[in-house]
Design a protein around this ligand. Sequence first.
Ligand SMILES: CC(C)(COP(=O)(O)OP(=O)(O)OC[C@H]1O[C@@H](n2cnc3c(N)ncnc32)[C@H](O)[C@@H]1OP(=O)(O)O)[C@@H](O)C(=O)NCCC(=O)NCCS
Length: 227
Amino acid sequence: MSVLLSPWENPPSTIKLARGEVQLWRFRIDLPTDVIAGLRPLLSRDEQLRAERLLDPLKSSNFVAARGRLRQILAGYLNLQPAAIEFSYGGQGKPCLTAKTAERLTFNLSHAGCWGLLIVASGFAVGVDLEKIDSQLEYEKLAGLVFSSAEVACLEQYACKRRRRAFYRIWTRKEAWLKGQGGGFSASAQMVQDAGWQIRSFSVDGGYLGALALAAEVTEVQRWHLH
Ligand SMILES: CC(C)(COP(=O)(O)OP(=O)(O)OC[C@H]1O[C@@H](n2cnc3c(N)ncnc32)[C@H](O)[C@@H]1OP(=O)(O)O)[C@@H](O)C(=O)NCCC(=O)NCCS
């Protein structure tokens, strides 16, 4: 049975997460300059340096917005100040909370266009991916490069007018699964078929597609929209 997703709702004033529960947050990252300026000091020194190194002002501002919101949301679970949260990084760069901050809380972040998504769980790995559907993308070429032959065959089963969305569906599902594992990203990764995981696609807004990857036993995901 496929995991049940709640509608996007306002989050409660007190955030709680029992073991086995999963919560998915949606927030905007195209924020006014003064809001970005207010989020910047929440970031650690290395995050601020990373934002400075991004020469494209939009990419830099999106990074600050996503990391700032990530810290604000996690602070609600951890009862900490956003700036006090410490991250460590896996071999392929997946951020997680340091054992000092929280042992069981896991999360994964994705951002594209004007939206960010954050999945939060307790006790198991999770992955999320978000893509803005690009009507100009030469997706068939890209599929040839990064999809397995089974994924290419799956794509070709769709009628032409539905194929672009199908490409993004396969892409985001694969990416969410790979991000859940936090491992390397390679074109040789096989079609997403893994008994330990379930993958769920969903719409984030017009023109945006998301996917999440989580433990097979999870039955429900609460979805919250942060204003
Ligand atoms: C990190 C990576 C996963 C970024 O993917 P993306 O779609 O460009 O970006 P997303 O917004 O979804 O994810 C970025 C976030 O994932 C997290 N992340 C970074 N490395 C990660 C990893 N190895 N595993 C899981 N999450 C990771 C970070 O929080 C990052 O956000 P940041 O800007 O705060 O650092 C990138 O390393 C990558 O390799 N993409 C490969 C794309 C590809 O070829 N896919 C083929 C399969 S379809």
